[in-house]
Design a protein around this ligand. Structure first.
Ligand code: MFK
Length: 556
């Protein structure tokens, strides 16, 4: 027999996850952890065992769009992969959407939900996409005050019964609009029975596999721009099972997330119901954006974790130059750098998750609400960038095998590349962060939060990283104040570096707090090691740039 390298393997993904488990031990009341741990263990077993095996076996299957039946009828059927069908059942049974709406654990319900989502996501081929949309739609309908729609849709979106469970789409992107949603061209017009009908082309949608969707359209006669759009609810099929005047043109041929049946659609008289008035559509769909951006952050850390788990297992088995990779100083150093980035991203994401849970339980002060508004774009953009970089590194840990499709590894990188694109690109979210800090107390609240986190430090080794985090926030605030005095161009040019500085500095402060707790409560030095390494990567990237020079560098 010729020699073959051993394939990487996964064990129970909850039991094996030191970072998740130590976070839960610190953050949750003991009785809450005791209550949810059996479910987390079950999900960890599924994710590292049968679902991971299913995913590899199902690697090549992709959604299929059948526009016509044999007799010439337009049917636009979209069949998803076998793993997706299983994932839908599991998601409903495990309450992945239901948990925060049942709110059985009060403010901790979001932590419960997203700890499960974090385990579930990397083994289910981006089924988290329709789930994110479903959660976003449930949240939007919960707060919109439209009793009819709430009564009709919410019980389905939050059902634990797979036969009753609906997923939702979010149809926002148009070819004119893209990130600039206010340019959308879809119009809404009332028919002679007073029903609203939508006409237009949606360019990048979760397909018609969802039972309902939230979408934007401009009631005829409304002004241009985002304020003239209205938020509509639609069901994709009528009582007879036929599509609701929707044509599916094609599924997108994408770099990754190829299991997601992303489609181009035409709405040609689609019956829809206004959710909340006939204007201010962007403001009214914002609750959905903020929920889906949180799902994006949780997905990003879950992919980092998956890449590292596989690379770590392989490092213990793969022998090169006379020893396992795990005994090679340079390989260890590489893994340690990935792990430090992951740990900071993890704590950043779960702070966001905790705050959403407290918000929904009515526990946030006005200042904390401003902070939450700022954290949503900051955490999304920071973790997406960290994820692409860490997963790329994880592939490299396998040498050439990481570049070979049937190891299943390249798909990780292709899929995670989308985290910095959809739900708002890094630059669009950096501008959103500027919107979130203008005229409100979010930056003060962030500074105070960082100071509170670093004030827990007693171990001398954590003092310098704590100071580094505080200093980075201070300098970012000063930069914003000073640059704003000279107009908006400089602020806009520096927005990404400003946003990343806030995200990484807060990540460091959170890691510092967790490391001190780890030393005190568990005599565990591993989070301390993560702090020292993450701090050495640097957290600050603000700085003035000369726009003239940048222009000649970028375009010259
Ligand atoms: C696994 C993870 C799951 C993810 C699956 C994703 C699959 C779907 C594929 C997609 O990519 S879906 C499409 C994603 N597209 C976007 O996320 C849009 C990106 N663009 C933006 O976010 C822009 O910032 C935005 C369209 C919102 C800017 O538009 P405008 O017209 O310049 O909005 P404007 O005037 O700034 O904001 C309108 C109102 O909404 C304002 O309130 P007021 O009217 O009261 O002043 C804003 O404050 C408010 N607003 C905007 N963004 C908000 C928000 N409020 C709260 N939170 C936000 N995030």
């Amino acid at each position: 027999m010729p020699f073959n390298q051993p394939a990487p393997e996964l064990t129970n993904q909850y039991v094996d996850d030191r970072v998740l488990r130590s976070y839960l031990r610190r953050a949750l009341p003991a009785e809450v952890l005791q209550q949810i741990e059996p479910q987390l263990t079950e999900m960890g077993e599924l994710a590292g065992g049968p679902l991971y095996g299913f995913q590899r076996a199902d690697r090549l299957s992709e959604p299929v769009h059948t526009p016509w039946d044999a007799w010439g009828n337009r049917i636009d059927q979209v069949e998803v992969s076998a793993l997706w069908r299983t994932a839908e059942q599991l998601a409903a049974r495990h309450g992945l959407i239901a948990i925060p709406y049942e709110r059985a654990l009060g403010a901790w319900s979001r932590v419960h939900q997203f700890a499960l989502v974090y385990l579930f996501t990397p083994s289910t081929d981006v089924y988290s996409c329709p789930l994110a949309m479903t959660d976003g739609a449930a949240r939007t309908l919960s707060v919109a005050g439209n009793a009819d729609l709430r009564t009709r849709a919410l019980p389905h979106l939050t059902s634990r019964d797979p036969r009753e469970f609906w997923t939702s789409g979010q149809w926002m992107t148009e070819s004119t609009g893209g990130s600039d949603v206010g340019l959308s061209e879809t119009v809404a017009r009332q028919d002679d029975q007073g029903r609203w009908r939508l006409y237009g082309r949606k360019w990048f949608t979760s397909a018609v596999t969802s039972r309902m969707s939230l979408t934007l359209a401009r009631p005829e006669g409304n002004p241009a721009g985002g304020k003239g759009l209205a938020l509509f609810y639609l069901e994709t099929r009528g009582e007879d099972g036929h599509l609701n005047n929707i044509l599916v043109h094609r599924l997108k041929d994408k770099l990754g997330t190829r299991k997601v049946p992303t489609a181009e659609l035409t709405l040609d008289g689609t019956i829809a119901v206004p959710v909340l008035g006939l204007s201010e559509g962007i403001r009214n769909i914002a609750p959905m954006l903020n929920v889906t951006r949180t799902w994006n952050s949780v997905s990003a850390v879950s992919y980092m974790r998956r890449g590292i788990a596989l690379a770590r297992d392989y490092a213990l088995k793969r022998i090169a130059f006379g020893a396992p990779l795990a005994e090679k100083p340079l390989h260890l150093d590489t893994l340690a750098g990935m792990q430090a980035e992951f740990e900071a991203a993890f704590h950043l994401t779960f702070l966001l998750v905790e705050m959403i849970g407290r918000d929904e339980a009515g526990e946030l002060s006005a200042e904390e609400k401003d902070l939450l508004r700022l954290l949503t774009p900051i955490v999304k953009l920071t973790t997406a960038k960290q994820c692409v970089s860490a997963v790329s590194e994880a592939l490299e840990c396998f040498g050439g095998a990481g570049y070979v499709e049937d190891t299943g590894l390249p798909m990780l990188l292709r899929d995670c590349q989308v985290f910095s694109i959809w739900e708002g690109t890094t630059n669009v979210l950096s501008l959103d962060a500027l919107r979130a800090v203008s005229g409100v107390s979010a930056l003060d609240a962030l500074g105070r939060r960082v100071a509170a986190l670093t004030s827990t430090v007693t171990d001398a080794r954590l003092l310098e990283p704590a100071r580094q985090a505080e200093q980075a926030i201070l300098e970012a605030v000063r930069w914003l104040e000073a640059t704003s005095k000279h107009g908006t161009e400089g602020v806009e040019a520096g927005a990404r570096r400003f946003a990343l500085t806030l995200g990484r500095a807060l990540g460091l402060a959170l890691l510092v707090r967790h490391a001190q707790w780890g030393l005190n409560a568990e005599s565990d030095e591993r989070s301390l090691a993560a702090v020292l390494r993450f701090a050495s990567h640097g957290v600050k990237s603000i700085g003035d740039s000369d726009l003239g020079l940048s222009r000649s560098l970028a375009l010259g």
